[in-house]
Design a binder for this molecule. Structure first.
Ligand SMILES: [Cu+2]
Length: 273
């Protein structure tokens, strides 16, 4: 029995994992980046506070309903002011907000931190697909949704794309986000990213993925009829696999021509959509 459990653990710990929403999901997606880890624990911390407030208000309401009912309290008090209580119900919420604001601002700064990135990806939103540019390697490609009729077993409906964004595990990735036409939003929940893609403007964010896997997201700014059909798939692979993948784009001229044809075909598909 022990052996079987160990085997299962080994299989699951080494196989790559898909980070996507699932049926009956109750909480946030499992955190896969340092930012999301902090966001998740902050979310958890806020839940405790909210739970405490709900319990307190509920108990207070129950007490008032019973203690001051017509039966228990036939002659109501005519009190209109109580300075002590008024001070308490003003000061206590201020203290709670002050407790919340400290970690909140800390995370905001952490999300915005400037550091030496290992690599940069430029994301350009289009109606209705994403274009990814790897400026250090001087290539770009488009990423389209896989239509329902073309889905292969194991692929996720409305999530899988023809060309995923590939990044090496453990690399600090700077992401520059902009748009070609209208406002889109590049959002990947497991990475704690939701950044608007605004035409004429470049927004910046970053992530680091420590576990290999596929991380799914969707455009999160209503951008037109195809808004729900421009998903995001980020795949974290080993450094070696990443280098291999890069080689695809350093292909001989003949293949580049094919890539060009493919791009034209994708553009036509976009126009038809
Ligand atoms: Cu969009």
């Amino acid at each position: 029995m022990k052996k079987i459990v160990c085997l299962i653990l080994v299989i699951f710990s080494t196989s790559s994992h898909a980070y996507s929403p699932h049926n009956w999901q109750m909480n946030l997606q499992e955190a896969a980046s340092p930012v999301m880890e902090q966001l998740s624990s902050f979310h958890q911390f806020l839940l405790y506070i909210i739970f405490g407030i709900v319990l307190f208000v509920f108990a207070l309401m129950a007490y008032v309903c019973i203690r001051f009912s017509k039966k228990n309290n036939p002659v109501p008090s005519t009190t209109t002011h109580n300075v002590l209580i008024e001070i308490i119900w003003t000061v206590v919420p201020i203290i709670i907000l002050a407790i919340i604001v400290v970690p909140s601002i800390k995370i905001l700064y952490f999300m915005e931190q400037k550091f030496d990135p290992d690599m940069t990806i430029k994301v350009v939103g289009h109606q209705w697909y994403w274009e990814y540019e790897y400026p250090e390697h001087d290539f770009s490609f488009d990423s389209y949704i896989i239509k329902d009729e073309d889905l292969k077993p194991g692929q996720l409906r409305l999530f899988d794309v023809d060309n995923r964004v590939i990044v090496p595990v453990g690399a600090n990735v700077k992401v520059l986000i902009t748009s070609y036409d209208v406002i889109h939003s590049w959002a990947v929940p497991a990475l704690g990213i939701k950044t608007d893609a605004v035409p004429g403007r470049i927004n910046e964010t970053w992530f680091r993925i420590d576990k290999p896997g596929v991380y799914y997201g969707q455009c999160s700014e209503i951008c037109g009829i195809g808004h729900g059909f421009m998903p995001i798939a980020v795949e974290a692979v080993s450094k070696l696999d990443y280098e291999k993948w890069l080689l695809k784009f350093k292909a001989p001229p003949e293949t580049e021509k094919n890539n060009g044809e493919k791009k034209d075909e994708q553009k036509q598909r976009a126009q038809a959509a």
